[in-house]
Design a protein around this ligand. Structure first.
Ligand code: NI
Length: 168
């Protein structure tokens, strides 16, 4: 197994839609093993392949019930509403309150190409949505209101967070 370096914003691989996996082979199984090890090392509750520079539709996650992987997943149903702090290994140290549906169900494949479904509320619902966003080239920043996003982008670029506090 191997631990990969995690790509951070604004690495362009993070905002590119990832390609479907075509081969369910030993290389895919090894990639998933390495991603699980990298996720726990970070530590994080989810990791998508683009976050280690591999633009393929694969993610791993552990929302408390042990690690699992999904290949070529899509969110097929969501419901309810939830508002919770959310962060991302590719935007280290930053957390924002993000509104999302509470429940999500995702369909895809396991590493052998068998159809699998995962679903859940709270953390599980959020992780499924967050990781599949990554595979669609979508970062947390795109889930923020434009005002909060502009402020966040300034901070990430190292510009002064706000001039409001500079009053003398
Ligand atoms: Ni993330």
């Amino acid at each position: 197994m191997a631990i990969y370096p995690i790509r951070v914003f604004p690495d362009p691989v993070l905002t590119m839609p990832a390609a479907d996996v075509m081969e369910f082979d030993a290389a895919l199984a090894k990639l998933v093993d390495d991603m699980i090890e990298t996720m726990y090392d970070a530590p994080g509750v989810g990791l998508a392949a683009p976050q280690i520079g591999i633009s393929k539709r694969v993610f791993v996650a552990d929302a408390g019930d042990g690690p699992f992987a999904m290949v070529n997943p899509t969110v097929v149903e969501t419901s309810g509403k939830d508002k919770s702090d959310e962060g991302c290994l590719s935007i280290p140290g930053e957390y924002w309150v993000i509104k999302r549906p509470d429940y999500a169900r995702a369909e895809g494949f396991d590493i052998e190409g068998n159809p699998v479904t995962y679903e859940g509320v709270d953390l599980m619902g959020r992780v499924l949505q967050h990781e599949i966003d990554h595979l669609n080239g979508r970062l947390l920043l795109s889930r923020l209101s434009s005002r909060v996003r502009n402020q966040a982008l300034k901070e990430l670029r190292g510009e002064p967070a706000s001039r409001m506090n500079g009053r003398r």
